[in-house]
Design a protein around this ligand. Structure first.
Ligand code: ADP
Ligand code: MG
Length: 592
C-alpha cells in the first residue's frame, strides 16, 4: 500500500499514440512473413499444408470471436466456410465472374446466413443454439450434395480461378498470409474495443451486461455474424488455393475440426487459434508413418487431442498465458487526481421514480402485488421488508430483468415499463445485485470501464478511450480501490467486490442508483465504510433506492422508507414514522 501511496496523482492520463504507430512491430513482422511466403521456394506438399493452415486459421479466428469472446457456440463453421468456397468455386467457373466479386459475394452470403441464423436463435440458450447450428450445418451439406444443378453435387467443383495478380501458388499463399495477418490483427484488438468489451461482458454475465447498458442480443448476433464472415472469407481463399472443392470438405465433421482447433490452441485468443490450427493440420502429417497399421493413427491422433484439452482446459495458449500471469507482477494503476463527479440528469421534476400499481406474479405467487413507490430527487429511499417479501423482485422488475405483470414505471419522467434492461440503463438507471454480478474474467478497471461506457453517460465523450479509463479510475478511487484497479476480480474480498460493483454503477453517472442489500455479507468495519460511502454518494446529489436489512443503516441513511410484506406495501413515508408503524413492527418481530 505504502509504495502506491507515494505515486503522485496525475490530473489526467497521457493520451496514447495512434494504434497503428504503437503496433508498427506487428506490421513489420507480418510484412516479413508475407515476404517469406512469397519468396521461399516451397515444394508442392509444404505449400498445400501452408495454404490449408492459413485459410483454416481465418475461419478458426471466427470461432475465437463467437465462442472465445462472446461465449456462444457455433457448430456450423464449416458450412460458412463452404459458403465462401462455393461462391468462389462456382462464381469463377460456371458464372465466369471476377474472383474478387466472388470472394466478396461469398463473405456477404456467409454474413447474411450468420445474421439470420443468429437473429432467429440467439434468444435461445446454449443447448438450443448448438442444436440449431448443427441442423443448419446438415441442411447446407445436404444442399451441397443434392442440389446438383447448382453445386455439381458430390463431384465437386474443379478448375477454380484465382485473381490475375496472384496466379502462382506461391504468390497466392503470400496473399492469404497477408489476409490472415490483417484479420488476426483485428481479432487480437477486438477485446479492447467497445464491441469486444460488450462481448466479454455477455460471456461473463448476461444479466449484468444488460443492466450495464449492453444490448445483449445485438452483441451476440454481431459476434455470430463476424464469425460467419470469417468462415466465408477463409473458405473463399481456400477454394482459390486448391482449385478444387467438394461437399465432404464442408461437412459437420469439419465443423468439429474447426472447433477442436480453437479449443486446442486456446479459444480466447487468435494466437491460440493459429497454434491449434497449425497443430491439428501438422499432427496427422507427423503421424503419417503410422498409416501402415490401420486405426492406430486415428487413435493416437484422438488421444493426443483429448490429453491436451484435458490437461490444458484453456488450450495451449491459455496455459502459457496463465503461467505468465502467475509470475508477472501486475502493474499498479496510475493514481488519478480527478475526482468522481456525479451529475445525475434531471428531466422529471421532483420525482426520479414513480411506480404505480406494480405487480409481478410467478404463477399463483404474487411476489409483488400492487405496489406504489415514489422516489424524490436527491435523497436516499429505503425499501425494506422481511425475507421473501418481494424486494429483489421489485428491483428486477424496475431494471427490466422481469416483465411486470401489471403497473407502470416512470424513470425521471420517461415511461420505461416495457423497455429492455439496456435501454433503462441508457435512460439513467444503475444497479447492483444482491448476489454480486461482476465480469469475473476481467480486471476491476475493465469492469468499471464497461459501466462508464453506458450509452447516455454525458460525463464521457463517445469513443474517447482515455477518458473512459480516467472515469473508471476515478470511480474506483472514489470507493477506495484505485491502486488495485489492474487486479483481477478473483483477487478481491467479498466486501471489495461489492465496492467494485458500486463503482461500476457510479462510473455510469446514473440518475437513480438501485442497491440490493449492499451490506449483506460484509463485516462490521466494512459496513461502516459502506455507510460512509453512501453518504458521500448522496452528498453529490445522486438519488438512491436501497434495500437493506440493517435498521441502523436504514434509519440513519434514508429519509424515506417503503415497507413490503408478502409482496404488498404495508407502510410508506418519512423514516422515523415508518419504523414506528405498528404493522412494520409486527412484520419484523412477528408479533401483534
Ligand atoms: P426479497 O428480496 O424480499 O427477500 P424476493 O423478491 O427475492 O424477496 O422474493 C419474493 C418471492 O418471490 C419469494 O417467495 C420468492 O421465492 C419468489 N420468487 C422470486 N423470484 C422468483 C422466480 N424467478 N420465480 C419464482 N418465484 C420467485
Ligand atoms: Mg432480496
Amino acid at each position: 500500500m505504502s509504495s502506491t501511496d507515494q505515486i503522485q496523482p496525475v490530473a489526467a492520463l497521457p493520451r496514447p499514440k495512434p494504434l497503428l504507430l504503437r503496433h508498427a512491430p506487428y506490421f513489420i513482422a507480418a510484412a516479413a512473413l508475407v515476404f517469406l511466403a512469397a519468396s521461399m521456394r516451397f515444394d508442392g506438399y509444404i505449400l498445400n499444408i501452408l495454404m490449408q493452415a492459413t485459410t483454416f486459421a481465418i475461419a478458426v479466428f471466427g470461432l475465437s470471436v463467437v465462442l472465445g469472446l462472446c461465449g456462444q457456440i457455433n457448430l456450423a463453421q464449416a458450412a460458412f466456410f463452404g459458403f465462401g468456397a462455393y461462391a468462389v468455386g462456382l462464381g469463377t467457373t460456371d458464372y465466369q465472374l471476377n474472383y474478387w466479386i466472388c470472394l466478396f459475394g461469398g463473405c456477404i452470403m456467409a454474413l447474411v446466413a450468420g445474421a439470420v441464423l443468429g437473429l432467429s436463435t440467439l434468444r435461445l440458450g446454449g443447448h438450443y443454439l448448438a442444436m440449431v447450428t448443427i441442423s443448419f450445418q446438415q441442411i447446407v451439406t445436404l444442399v451441397m450434395i443434392n442440389a446438383i444443378w447448382l453445386t455439381k453435387g458430390p463431384d465437386g467443383v474443379s478448375r477454380i480461378g484465382r485473381p490475375s495478380l496472384f496466379t502462382s501458388s506461391q504468390s497466392y499463399l503470400a496473399f492469404c498470409v497477408a489476409v490472415l495477418a490483417i484479420v488476426g490483427y483485428m481479432v487480437w484488438h477486438l477485446p479492447d474495443t467497445r464491441l469486444g468489451r460488450a462481448m466479454r461482458a455477455v460471456r461473463d454475465n448476461e444479466l449484468a451486461a444488460g443492466v450495464n447498458g449492453i444490448d445483449v442480443f445485438r452483441t451476440k448476433v454481431t459476434a455470430f455474424a463476424i464469425s460467419a464472415v470469417l468462415g466465408g472469407l477463409g473458405g473463399g481463399l481456400f477454394a482459390g488455393g486448391f482449385a478444387y472443392i467438394s461437399p465432404d470438405q464442408f461437412s459437420f465433421a469439419e465443423s468439429i475440426v474447426f472447433l477442436t482447433m480453437s479449443l486446442l490452441g486456446g479459444v480466447a485468443s487468435p494466437i491460440g487459434s493459429a497454434i491449434g490450427t497449425g497443430l491439428l493440420i501438422l499432427i496427422p502429417e507427423w503421424l503419417r508413418f503410422l498409416k501402415s497399421v490401420p486405426g492406430l493413427y486415428l487413435a493416437i491422433y484422438g488421444l493426443s487431442v483429448i490429453l491436451i484439452i484435458r490437461f490444458m482446459p484453456d488450450g495451449i495458449w491459455g496455459f502459457v498465458t496463465a503461467a505468465y500471469d502467475r509470475i508477472r507482477a501486475r502493474k499498479p494503476a496510475p493514481a488519478i487526481g480527478i475526482p468522481l463527479v456525479l451529475k445525475p440528469a434531471a428531466t422529471g421534476g421532483d420525482m426520479v421514480l414513480e411506480v404505480t400499481g406494480l405487480s409481478k406474479h410467478f404463477g399463483g405467487l404474487k411476489a409483488v402485488d400492487q405496489v406504489d413507490i415514489a422516489v424524490h430527487r436527491g435523497g436516499v429511499h429505503a425499501l425494506i421488508g422481511p425475507n421473501g417479501s418481494g424486494k429483489t423482485t421489485t428491483l428486477n422488475v424496475l431494471s427490466g430483468l422481469y416483465e411486470a405483470t401489471a403497473g407502470k414505471v416512470l424513470l425521471d419522467g420517461t415511461d420505461v415499463t416495457t423497455m429492455p434492461p439496456h435501454l433503462r440503463t441508457a435512460a439513467g438507471l444503475g444497479r447492483t445485485f444482491q448476489n454480486i454480478r461482476l465480469f469475473r474474467s476481467m480486471t476491476a478497471l475493465e469492469n468499471v470501464v464497461i459501466g462508464a461506457e453506458r450509452p447516455g453517460n454525458t460525463m464521457v465523450g463517445r469513443g474517447d478511450a482515455t477518458a473512459l479509463t480516467e472515469r473508471a479510475l476515478a470511480a474506483l478511487t472514489f470507493v477506495g480501490l484505485g491502486p488495485r484497479a489492474n487486479e483481477l476480480i478473483t483477487s478481491f474480498s467479498y466486501g471489495h467486490q461489492r465496492l467494485i460493483e458500486i463503482a461500476r454503477a457510479l462510473a455510469a453517472n446514473p440518475t437513480l442508483l438501485l442497491l440490493d442489500e449492499p451490506a449483506a455479507g460484509l463485516n462490521s468495519s466494512e459496513k461502516l465504510e459502506l455507510h460512509e460511502l453512501l453518504k458521500r454518494i448522496a452528498a453529490q446529489g445522486l438519488t438512491i433506492l436501497i434495500i437493506d436489512h440493517d435498521m441502523t443503516l436504514v434509519s440513519e441513511a434514508a429519509q424515506h422508507i417503503t415497507v413490503l410484506n408478502f409482496g404488498r406495501r404495508i407502510a410508506d413515508g418519512e423514516s422515523m414514522a415508518v419504523l414506528r408503524h405498528p404493522d412494520v413492527v409486527s412484520a419484523y418481530l412477528g408479533t401483534d
